[in-house]
Design a protein. Structure first.
Lengths: 227, 227, 227, 227
DNA sequence: GATGAATGAGCATTCATTCAT
DNA sequence: CATGAATGAATGCTCATTCAT
């Protein structure tokens, strides 16, 4: 997808096209996978002809790389904010978890694509996406390390703990049902507590970051796509 | 896929064919997904022509349902054994976790297919697989309930804890690398400890079930396919 | 097949494509039957790739239904004209027979497909085609009934006579050879006479409708397809 | 299909196999056409495996040629009998028509295959079948010629009349319904009368040959297949 | 006599993609 | 900006047929 339209504000109907295409892709791919959805169906979902699609994107795989990169960049952006605005390993980790869980609960389609379609990317493009993912995970790694150094966390295998926590929190996008019995904030706070247990930091008080995170998610994920 | 060949020992190339097909499918699907692998490639991987494939299976989707059901039945079988042979919520949960982790670390391909291709199944067949998955999760649910009742576990939202734990342990199949820095037993015991923390049962002693589980996995997962 | 191209004159290769496809189908199917001709061969005969074929049609069966419906609609249209422009059972039947025979002699391929491939249509589509056929036969039925009522025809079993006559006249498409010994007008008039005998109306004078019918056939069957 | 089993009487289950195969072919082909039915379905209908089928027949096309030849030989045989046992063009034609109609009404499946699948036969085999058909039609031709010579028939174009009559009478196999409103004998006698009209021989008395023909059809068409 | 296993070629259909307009 | 037309390659699957047992 061509990088940017330059102007600061959407001007013509066409401006929304890229956005609509990405939205259609996310909707469809999150449900049936990259290989399970054809270009024609994608075009129909976006309200365009399949030929017009190619005006806005490169190949199908380019579109996937674009969608994944944008999603990951938003995750990175959010994690960066948390690090800037929350000090101390405990509060930071608490916020990171609540943010991750909220993002995955509020944006299950985007996150499922980001998390599950890496294998559909070939060599070169995969590398770029993986390094973005690593960039995101680095916030977790750093915070866990920090907590271990300060004595706030007690974990023997911090790498494994990080992976275990990420898998646990990412899983929310696979099972959370907004119409189900659990309130969103319960899930977020609940996972924050589980994380504190996993990290051996139970005595820490768990600040409720749900509203703040919700605002952050809203700010970062709404709008024309975080390009 | 037709049920069984009956005879006790593989005699001709044909005997192993069904098995070879399933193995090929697991290998390929775990890496590129159900929709990412064509019938011809599957056949080649199994050492057959694509026409011969259809001698042994119904449709491609039938094969997927077969592979998933067999995998899940093995998981159920193993969980059943744990429940029979380990008494008390703590020891049981400990064994369930170590078993799940070991299975996912030793059989990452099978478990990734089982866990990730549900969406490729259409209506009727999906139901069958989902009920098997529910059957498996019931062992976890029951054990958590038991531990909460006995006071061994302290969790506020047991449903969420179960899902969080399952996602966490299942994730092992996505990241564990046998050539990597972590020993398999460390991962298994490590997750058992994380689970005990998640469930608020830290004071419980964590019996090392790795060898026993390894035997169980070997017994249940080797052989002609757990039909 | 999409309805029409609107423009009054063929301009580019694409305009005639639908027409060319139907013509190819009629040519091939009339000789080897619907199931005897593959899509690739059809495409080749139409001068397109098999993928392009699907740009213009739905399924192969859709194309058959389209071809049959168009043929039958033309038959109906012609019979309607006869009924409007010829009064009295005798003259009408005479014209209907000559028209039917001429159509089947001049358009043996279209009529053979219309007459012989009903079984290749599945349920729903078959019904539509059958009702068109019934519509056409209704003109014969009505005319025979009229002739019986007026005393012009003497037949005991009018239903059987209608079927017998239709089979007899339709058969022309199966054996008439324009390069053979019989002139087209002889065949048409000859059948008109046989029909008058079958209906017990020998004393009636047989007007030669060959030229008029030929004009009608030319008018109705030429052109972009009678959609 | 290998020509004969030699012995005069069916001995083993296998003896019936060829017969069952032909019967299955006739059943299926008459409904969906030669190209519309696969070998596997044919085998299933005959109660055999598709491989076993090939024990009894050559290729699929060989089987078709066999089925068609046998049918036509039976038609020829019956026409021969008529010629031997009925003297005079009028009575002979009367019997030929009633026999043809009865055969097509009682054996619609066999006759539809005989009549409609010639195009599925390639070059060499088609010639053989066509000459059998010609042999059959020769009885009609000869009888019409005889009637014209003796003054019993008055037709101008005897060739066309023959074809018209054959098409008319053959059509019975396409529309006659034993459960419908017309009795079989009505159809047979009715067509005999239409034929006499077509041939300009109305003054001739129409002997009811239905019972005799029925016997002939029963004799010739029952039994192990008229090989 | 009968069949499971096997296959190359073919089936109807869809794929992602290009391009002239 | 947008699309209808076009296609080579691939899709999942079935074809008629052979052959060792």
């Amino acid at each position: 997808m061509r990088t940017g339209t330059g102007a600061g504000m959407p001007q013509r109907g066409a401006v929304g096209a890229e956005e609509r295409i990405r939205a259609a892709a996310v909707r469809l791919w999150s449900e049936r996978g990259f290989h399970g959805v054809g270009i024609r169906e994608l075009a129909e979902e976006a309200g365009l002809s399949s030929a017009t699609l190619y005006h806005y994107m490169g190949t199908k795989e380019d579109l996937l790389a674009d969608v994944m990169s944008r999603g990951l960049r938003r995750l990175v952006l959010a994690a960066e904010r948390v690090t800037q605005q929350r000090a101390g390993a405990g509060p930071r980790m608490n916020a990171l978890v609540q943010l991750h869980v909220l993002t995955h609960a509020l944006r299950p389609r985007e996150t499922r694509v980001v998390d599950g379609e890496l294998r559909a990317l070939s060599g070169d493009r995969r590398g770029g996406v993986m390094s973005l993912r690593d960039e995101y995970e680095r916030y977790w790694r750093a915070t866990i390390d920090e907590g271990r150094a300060s004595g706030a966390f007690r974990v023997e295998a911090p790498g494994m703990a990080r992976l275990a926590l990420l898998e646990m929190c990412t899983g929310v996008a696979r099972w959370y049902d907004p119409g189900g019995p659990m309130a969103l904030s319960e899930v977020a706070l609940g996972h924050a507590q589980l994380a504190s247990r996993v990290l051996g930091a139970e005595e820490l008080e768990l600040v409720d970051e749900v509203d703040w995170c919700r605002g952050l998610v809203g700010e970062i994920w709404s709008g024309p796509g975080g390009g």
